[in-house]
Structure formats: C-alpha cells, structure tokens
Design a protein around this ligand. Sequence first.
Ligand code: GLN
Length: 472
Amino acid sequence: MSQFLNLTIEKIHKGLTGKKFSAQELTQHYLDTIQEKDKDIGAFLHITEKMALEQADVVDKAIANKEEISKMSAVPYAVKDAIMVKDVPCTAGSKILENYTAVYDATCIDKLKTKGAICLGKTNLDEFAMGSSTEHSAYKTTKNPHDLTRVPGGSSGGSAASVAANECIFSLGSDTGGSIRQPASFCGVVGLKPTYGAVSRYGLIAFASSLDQIGPFASNVEDCEIVFNAIKGIDKNDSTSVELKQENSKFDIKKVKIGIPKEYFAEGIDKEVKEVVEGMIEKAEKNGAKIEEVSLPHSKYALPCYYIVATSEASANLARFDGIKYGLSVKGKDLIDEYFKTKTQGFGDEVKRRIMLGSFCLSSGYYDAYYSRAQKVRALIRQDFEKVFKKVDFLFTPVSPFPAFKLGEKMDDPLRMYLADIYTISVNLAGLPALSMPAGKVGKLPVGLQIIGNHFTESKILQAGKFIETIL
Ligand code: GLN
C-alpha cells in the first residue's frame, strides 16, 4: 500500500515505467479507497469501475509492449457530473437528468482519454452548478473531508472533496462564479479557474455561457498545471476557445509586483481568514515581492451584477430541459402542460428561483433596467482589472470571507449563500484566470489564497503558485 501514498502525476509515471506497480493495481487501489471513504464523504454520484479497469488494462499492455506512455497514463481522476463522459450518466445534480446518459465526450475528456488518464467516476455538485455548498444537489450531501459536519463548498464540491480525500489524483470542475476556487479553498486543495476561452466548454452542461469555464483540482500546483496543459486549447466545437501561447519566462519573486485590492479586505471577512491571507502576503514580501495596495472600485456591484447576468443566461440555457429532448418527461394534457409538469417536478427550488429571476431580468419592460444595466456594470468591473494590471502582475486576495460552514447553515437564506462568492465572481465577470491554493488553516479548516492574473497568464500564475507552495 505504501507505494500509493502521497502520489503525484510524476510519481505515478515513474512508478508505472519503473514497474513498481501496474495500472491495474493503481486503479484498483483508488476504486477501493472510494469504496471505503465515500460512504462518509459522498463525493461521487457514479463510479465507472468497469471502464476504469479496462482503460488500465490498455495502459498495462502498452507498457508490456515497451511502448512509450504519456505522463498522464493511468492517472486516476474524477469529473464533475456536469461534464459529459460518453456512455456514463450525466445528471448535473438534477432530477430532470436522472436517466440521461452522455452520448459524447466533452473535449477535455477526449483529450484526457487520448493521454491515457483514467476516469474513476462522476462527482456531486449543486444542481446545474447553482450554489456554493453542494447542498443543492438533488441526490446527496457531500461532506468536507476536514470536518464531516461542514460543507465542501460548491458547486464543484464533489470534485474538491474527492481530491482532498485522496480518492483520486485530480478532478475536473467548472467555475461560473467561484465553483472551482471556493470548494478548493474549503477542502484545502488547489483549483484553477482558467481564462474564459482557455479550455473548451464543449460537453459542459451550460449554466451561464459567458462565465462558465472548466478547470482542474489537484493536491499541488504542479499537478494542476499538468492537467491544465492537457485540457487547454482551441476547439472547433467551441467558438469561444482560443490557443494559448507557451510562456517560458523564468519566475523571479523579486521582480514580481503583487496588488492587494483594498475592497477585498474590508468589512465582512472573518478576522482569522484575513490573518491567514495577510500572513501569506507578508511572506511573499519577505521573499522579495513588491506589495502595493490597489483599488477595484466597482467590486461592490459585482454580486448583484453577477446574479443578474448569470441567472439571465441560465434562464435561456435551461429552457432546453423541456421533457421532450432530454431526461425526465412527465405526460400532460397538451404540450404546454407537459413542459409545465416536467419542469415543476424536475427542477429543484434553487434552479427554479434562478430561472424566475433571470426570466424577469430579460423580460420586456425590465430588460433595460436589469440585464442591460448589469452588462454596463460588467464592463466597469472589467476596466477596474485592466487598470490594475497595468501596474501589478498579480492580485492576492482571499477566496472566501469564511472557511467551510456547517451543513445546513445557509440553506434557508439564499442571500447569505450568495455572499460566499463575493471574492470570486468578479474574476468570471472579467473573464480572468485565478488560482485558489491552500494558505493556512483556521483550526482544522483550510483557508485559500486567490492569485488573480491578467488574461491568458495561467503559466505565470501557476509559477507564482509553485513559489508560494515552497514558502508555506
Ligand atoms: N456559487 C455561485 C452560484 O451559485 C457560483 C456557481 C458556479 O461557479 N458554478 O452561482
């Protein structure tokens, strides 16, 4: 068993090519771990055991035939259940897709399959990725591996928890307003929200198309980087995707200017969380980084702006779940009645709330006052970032104002739940990349640091993240 302790992608590659273990043994070890631990954690919705062992066999045969294997061969991973894996259920955490099986692979899955990585299963999420605790899943409650009485964050809570519980090496999530970074922070793992367009969204069930991005979770920054490099790039099936230039400049902390947005350290943040993040910033400064206070003056409008843009887009995207094309279909006396009954039964309360809010914001008579105005505010938020990135390389901020909260604590107060995203949503509105990585703990609960960079500077952000890891 000890050969499976503290594995990384690099160590797996060495272990396989050095014949310390086979892909079958490795895969079986992770499947056994899921069997053992997931009873308590509840990270997984579906386990793809047969498919995983078959793929492992392919890798073992390649090794036996002395073929060269890729670095990601046999690396076990988990996928948020909003990303399609062919022939595997894809529910988006919703009853409306309970019986839906994906008919194609998302582009990121296709890329991982080609590289030989092994999918172990699909992970729990808030229904249609709407939430910050994974409690809005129609199926189960996922628990935080650091404290089983607390939430793992959301909406990609299952993906974050599966990495934190060592049930896999990495996982994929999606981030529309913080859904990779906030659960990464709550679960003490690394999560990257790439620049809008860096990773193809083809095969991701859409929540808010102008904000959604797929990204990786891992237990360290290097693994996160390897996965990001494996899934990024232009895709003919997503016209918003782009090819990233390879950045090779050397990272030198002494040449780095870090901006600290004062609005992110003002009222509302827990004192202990603030201390952990400020402690990390001090360490970076001691190591030679230049620290400068900056301002993002429109931050105060980010939350209302996000909840108008995101719900408006969601109301349009979710119109396709009508009981005719996919999933649940409830018979009615006519077509309209069928739509009505299917949606009433299929969607949960939070999803219904958002569809109503979004439809209202887009409706004639209110469009100008809400949707159109939110778009203008979005432009101002984006300009705030453009201005500060003329002066600094990165922004260091908290990920969340508080550590993982208790299960049930915010379930009957949507506004309090929405506040969990206060430091993450602006990044999506501006289309920027950001990394969430462990910075310390409050008691036994992890606290994340958010490193925000300019568009398409993932490689710089990841280099900064690796440096921060060394001084932690
Ligand atoms: N928590 C935010 C929301 O509920 C963000 C979700 C996400 O990024 N998918 O909208």
